[in-house]
Design a protein around this ligand. Structure first.
Ligand SMILES: *Cc1c(COP(=O)(O)O)cnc(C)c1O
Length: 429
């Protein structure tokens, strides 16, 4: 739905364009509508009172697409499953980093991904998707969607998986490719997929009816600061806001961003599945967005110190950090074109195996042993036996996920404190 031109939606002062980090404190919110409150209140309500029966009718006609919006008409508030001010304002702010027309907030990253895929995939379709992807996404693609007649065709950049081109050929033999789904960088190996290349392939598959596969990118790992998939040609970007955007390991939420036409279809599906987020989580996320750039910049800088410390350490064999890509590595070209910084979640291989990795993990005193990532505190986990434990051993080996691998999500502590902790823990190995 096109937004009206309102003073609180202005993104510039005269000809001076305001940066997203500036707009995170004000964009989309009019204090006059909330008793002058400088901050957007929590609209902890399930339903909204209509001024008149006629207004209620007009709101429903627009919400259900029974007519076009009149000039200067915006969707009215009806019921919090359809929308709520804490979600609408948050959605407006989320669009700024990715330069998206529209956005939607969900109850989790998985509800954003599943609702988006269910909007655009139909029985007989094939989902072409990168591998490895987040465990929940993999389960959805491999075990849930096939029950609805949607088949799964992975592709990847590592040994033993088809390339994008091979996957597309295999998929076309089976049916219409509905979506090309990409997660980049991949978890936990930080393998990169070329988004622009996926967009090019999707456009080359446009049929005489104008339909073509949509490219959907999970931007949880580097976004929204260090990677903007829409600018690389993706159609939609999805997030687990639980990670960097929420950033304090205290909420679960997701998002989908892109052009109005596509996002409004996803909105229709969200309304019916009821996968939206609640007002309190929306409010927490607005608070998080105010410091997103500070947090992501701090953890990104810390990660470099920590990656360099680990790379020099005699008990560490390899550090899978995007900042260490060699110039002649084809992945380096993708990184230059597509990423603005190496982020702060990466894996490293300890000299030894599970026993050595566990000894180190059990000796940490400051870093927390937990899954998830993107929070203010440093989290460390063991992919082979934790986040990736349901992936068959043979595929883990192909991806390079060994029992010696540890994943770290660097927080915003003083980097020397994290290094001191890692150092004493590695000494026990
Ligand atoms: C965590 C994560 C998800 C799932 O998000 P939830 O908020 O836990 O549902 C999806 N994709 C990636 C890359 C993730 O890290």
């Amino acid at each position: 739905m096109k937004k009206l031109d309102k003073p609180y939606r202005h993104r510039e002062i005269g000809t001076h364009k305001l940066a997203p980090e500036t707009l995170m404190m004000s964009y989309g919110y009019d204090p006059k509508l909330s008793e002058g409150s400088v901050k957007c209140p929590i609209f902890q309500t399930s339903t909204f009172v209509f001024k008149s029966a006629e207004e209620g009718k007009a709101f429903f006609q627009l919400a259900y697409g029974l007519r076009e919006a009149k000039p200067a008409e915006e969707p009215g508030l009806i019921y919090s499953r359809i929308n709520n001010p804490d979600l609408e304002i948050l959605e407006d702010r989320l669009t700024l980093w990715d330069n998206a027309e529209s956005g939607l907030v969900f109850s989790s990253g998985m509800s954003a991904i599943s609702t988006t895929l269910l909007t655009f995939l139909r029985p007989g379709d094939v989902l072409v998707r990168s591998e490895p992807v987040y465990g929940g996404t993999e389960f959805l693609a491999e075990h849930v969607l096939p029950q609805f007649g949607i088949s799964d065709q992975p592709f990847g950049s590592y040994r033993g998986t088809p390339t994008l081109e091979q996957a597309v050929e295999a998929a076309r033999a089976r049916g219409r490719i509905g979506v090309i789904f990409v997660e980049t960088p991949a978890n936990p190996t930080n393998d990169l997929i070329d988004i622009a290349r996926c967009a090019e392939v999707a456009r080359s598959l446009q049929g005489p009816d104008g339909r073509r596969p949509l490219v959907v990118v999970d931007n949880t790992f580097l976004g929204p600061l260090w990677q903007q998939p829409l600018e690389c040609g993706a159609d939609l970007v999805v997030y687990s806001l639980t990670k960097y955007v929420g950033g304090h390991s205290d909420l679960v939420a997701g998002a989908c961003l892109g052009p109005d036409a596509l996002v409004s279809s996803v909105h229709g599906m969200r309304t019916i599945l009821g996968t939206m987020s609640g007002p309190h989580t929306g409010w927490l996320l607005m608070r998080s967005l105010e410091t997103l750039k500070l947090r992501m910049t701090s953890s990104m800088k810390n990660a470099r110190y920590i990656a360099e410390f680990l790379a020099e350490h005699p008990k560490v064999d390899k550090v899978h950090y995007l900042g260490f890509l060699e110039k002649d590595d084809p992945q380096s070209g993708i990184f230059q074109r597509q990423c603005k910084a190496p982020g702060s979640t990466f894996a490293f291989d300890i000299h030894g195996g599970e026993a050595e990795a566990y000894r180190m993990l059990n000796s940490l005193r400051l870093c927390r042993l937990a899954v998830s990532l993107g929070g203010t505190e440093t989290l460390v986990e063991h992919p082979a036996t934790m986040t990736h434990s349901d992936v068959p051993a043979e595929r883990l080996a192909q991806m390079g996920v060994t029992s010696a691998m540890v994943r770290i999500s660097v927080g915003i502590e003083h980097p020397q404190d994290v290094i001191a902790d890692l150092s004493q823990a590695l000494d026990t190995v």
